[in-house]
Write a protein that binds this ligand. Structure first.
Ligand SMILES: [Zn+2]
Ligand SMILES: [Zn+2]
Length: 282
C-alpha cells in the first residue's frame, strides 16, 4: 500500500515538474452585464430589417496550469455604481443602454469562482474599447497582454472614437503596469494551449484568442472581430478602424473554423451566451 502511495506521489510530482500536461485547463464564460435592447441596425447598418437585440459583454476566466488568466474585463465598475453618465461620454449610456449589476463586475465574478483579483497572473486585452478594457485598473500586479498598436490607439484614438468608445479614464492610471506587447500572433505559454490571434480591423490592434481545452477541444474567442453570426452573413460591424482589415480578419477566422474545425465563440452573441455562458468549459 505504501509503495502504491509513493508511486502515486511520484506521478503527481512528474506531472507537476513537466508543466502543463494539457489536461487541467478550464475556461469560464461570463458577461459584464448586457447592452440593449437596441435596433441591430445601429451596430450593423447593412442589416436588412430593424430588430431589437440584447448583447452580452463577454469576458473569460481561464484556469491554466501556468497561471490564472482573464480575457477582457468588461465595463468599468462606475457603470454598475450608477455613474454611467459621468464616466462615459454623453450619449453612450443612452445608446448602449447598459445593464450591469455590481455582481457582474469581474472582481465579483472572480470571487464567486473562488479567486480574488490579486490571484490573476495574466490579463489578455482583446482591445481598448470601453466594454473590454474597462476594469484593467483592478489588476495592477498582473502581466497585461495587448498588441503594441492597440496601446497607441488607446492613447490617441481617431476623432470618431475619442470620448466615445475609448474611455481614457478606464486606463489612465494603468500606464506603468507591466505590458507584454504583442506584434501579431503569439503562442502565449509556448505549448499551443493559448494562442493569440491578431485580428485587426475593428480596432488597429484587436486580438482574439484560440484556447485548447482537454474535453471541449479548441475554441476561438473572437471578441469584437466578430460580434455575432450576422457579421458572417455579409453584414459587417458598423464600427471599424479599417473595413479592409476587418474583412481579412473575418476571413481568416472562417478559415480557422473550416480548416481546423474550431468553433467560433463570438464577442456579443446573446444566443451563444445563453446557451454556453456562466459555466466552466473543460
Ligand atoms: Zn469594440
Ligand atoms: Zn465589444
Amino acid at each position: 500500500m505504501k509503495a502504491i502511495k509513493f508511486f502515486a506521489a511520484m506521478l503527481v510530482g512528474v506531472a507537476f515538474l513537466g508543466g502543463n500536461t494539457g489536461s487541467a485547463q478550464q475556461l469560464y464564460w461570463t458577461s459584464s452585464g448586457t447592452f440593449g435592447p437596441f435596433n441591430i441596425q445601429i451596430l450593423v447598418p447593412t442589416y436588412p430589417e430593424a430588430r431589437d437585440i440584447m448583447v452580452p459583454v463577454n469576458m473569460w476566466v481561464l484556469d491554466h496550469p501556468k497561471g490564472l488568466v482573464v480575457y477582457d474585463t468588461g465595463n468599468n465598475v462606475a457603470i454598475a455604481d450608477g455613474q454611467c453618465a459621468s464616466h462615459w461620454a454623453e450619449g453612450i449610456c443612452g445608446l448602449l443602454n447598459p445593464s450591469q449589476p455590481r455582481d457582474a463586475i469581474i472582481d465579483k465574478i472572480l470571487e464567486r469562482l473562488g479567486y480574488s483579483v490579486s490571484d490573476v497572473d495574466i490579463v489578455i486585452h482583446s482591445h481598448s474599447h470601453l466594454d473590454h478594457i474597462g476594469n484593467i485598473e483592478m489588476f495592477p500586479d498582473a502581466i497585461h497582454v495587448i498588441q503594441d498598436k492597440e496601446l497607441y490607439q488607446a492613447w490617441w484614438p481617431e476623432s470618431f472614437q475619442r470620448n466615445g468608445v475609448h474611455v481614457q479614464a478606464d486606463y489612465d492610471d494603468a500606464r506603468d503596469f507591466r505590458y507584454f506587447k504583442m506584434d501579431g500572433d503569439y503562442d502565449l505559454f509556448g505549448d499551443g494551449t493559448v494562442k493569440i490571434i491578431f485580428t485587426p480591423g475593428h480596432t488597429m490592434g484587436h486580438q482574439s484568442v484560440q484556447i485548447k481545452l482537454p474535453e471541449t477541444g479548441s475554441v476561438l474567442l473572437t471578441q469584437d472581430s466578430i460580434w455575432f453570426k450576422e457579421n458572417l452573413e455579409g453584414h459587417p460591424a458598423g464600427l471599424n478602424y479599417s473595413v479592409l482589415d476587418y474583412n481579412d480578419s473575418l476571413e481568416r477566422m472562417k478559415m480557422i473554423r473550416d480548416v481546423e474545425g474550431v468553433p467560433l465563440w463570438y464577442g456579443h452573441s446573446i444566443q451563444q451566451y445563453e446557451a454556453m455562458g456562466e459555466r466552466w468549459h473543460k
